[in-house]
Write a protein that binds this ligand. Sequence first.
Ligand SMILES: Nc1ncnc2c1ncn2[C@@H]1O[C@H](COP(=O)(O)OP(=O)(O)OP(=O)(O)O)[C@@H](O)[C@H]1O
Ligand SMILES: Cc1ncc(CO)c(N)n1
Length: 501
Amino acid sequence: MSAAPAGPATGTRPTGSRVRVLSVAGTDPTGGAGIHADLKSFAAHGAYGMAVVTALVAQNTHGVRAVHVPDVGFLRAQLDAVSDDVTVDAVKIGMVGTRAVADEVAAWLSRATPPVVVLDPVMVASSGDRLLDADAEDAVRRLVALADLVTPNLPELGVLLGEPVATAWPDAVDQARRLAHRSGVTVLLKGGHLAGDASPDAVVDAGTLTELDAPRVRTTSTHGTGCSLSAAVAALRPRRPDWVTAVREAKEWLTGAISAGEALAVGSGRGPVDHLHHAPTLGARAFSSEAWERAAGLRAACDDLPFVRGLADGTLPVDDFEAYLHQDALYLAQYSRVLARASQVAPGPAAQVFFAQGAARCLDIEARLHEERLAGGGRSGPVGPATTAYVDHLLAVAATGSYAEVVAAVLPCYVLYADLGARILARAGHLGAHPYGDWVATYGDPAFAAAADQASALADAAAHEAGAATRARMLAAYAASCAHEVAFFDQVRARPLAPVG
Ligand SMILES: Nc1ncnc2c1ncn2[C@@H]1O[C@H](COP(=O)(O)OP(=O)(O)OP(=O)(O)O)[C@@H](O)[C@H]1O
Ligand SMILES: Cc1ncc(CO)c(N)n1
């Protein structure tokens, strides 16, 4: 702030192991905006977060229902409780609500002189509800003068200048320049309210302009984006050389957080962003058990297939079984390549060896089972459509997905077969009389179960390292493979294959 002319780049460096950042803002009990968003933003950027409440807001993803502003004496008590005890490396100021609050915060800034002050001049919520009294706009202008960075959206910029709201980006940039020039602060102009395919922002100070382009995400999850961005910038600035560097990094993170917002399934209005989309989640359920449970419907559908029932009780016509084995041999030849890909991109030697051995085993032991069965039959014929679809899915993940996604995509083939094999074996008791005993013995073998467990453990380890977005892609790849497994079993009866040659 202006009382610390050296500024954050040359001022006192944070001395703690984490940057200590304070949010002075209103609340959002649904967790998407205000101090709730700020604290998540701080955590997402490795900062130690603190919060002083200016106003209690009864709001959700649809809008604001009520605002309660506690008396400013209590606000002062909160602010002093923090600064009397804790070194504050950066402050982010959000909703102030009233003139009295704005003035109280201004007085505290002058007393406490925190080295980095980011002001988000909150006036209207994304729902359109007012969050600032009309007579408080002057007080917010006074706060601007005490800030290092101010982060208006287009309407707020218009109010700060006392001018009509800009509708075109060049006009808004021009306004930002004038605000920076007039007040001496750096302006982060936010383009979220523009129409079009882009959501650009710009960092403007008296002498320079840096535009930061970003694609506009097609989503309704934009509640609290302004809060989240300004908090991220406040958390980063003490550790970054300048505003542009901090803002660029924060904006890249925010675009990812916006993209991951809908998957949170929070509220039915304008939902929040996923602040921790990039981060591993401590305490998350093991990936393999979550994916397995989510596939319960597909597993039940699999058990119900005439093919699988017939395979289990031995009533399946031999012809059908052989048609399946033929398709399976074609499948395994490609599945082996996908396992080899998992080995190629594996993060360490244990996974590399496991998947390399799996790739060899597919071609070796399992294919031998098929050849013995089919020997003399000389079964040939085209690749079935379900085989093609399954293989295409796996090869696409192998070609474009990360290691984590490849492991997720190959996992159903292990775990569904191990489960099916073990259950059929348990039901049959002994396999002497079972017409497909060799198949059941292969997949019911405890060694196969052990391989499935090991594949699951590797997928869990990959998921543990991954952020929420990668984990979501892993779940999708796994679910798609399960659906392909069902269609694969079903293709023999559903769509008679080419006649035995
Ligand atoms: N749909 C979107 N896709 C990508 N980025 C977006 C989108 N909507 C907003 N942003 C970005 O989010 C940040 C906040 O922008 P915006 O102009 O919406 O601020 P705001 O109105 O203060 O936000 P809030 O919704 O919290 O009131 C900016 O970096 C903006 O570019
Ligand atoms: C408390 C609070 N601050 C800011 C915003 C702006 O999104 C909001 N909706 N609620």
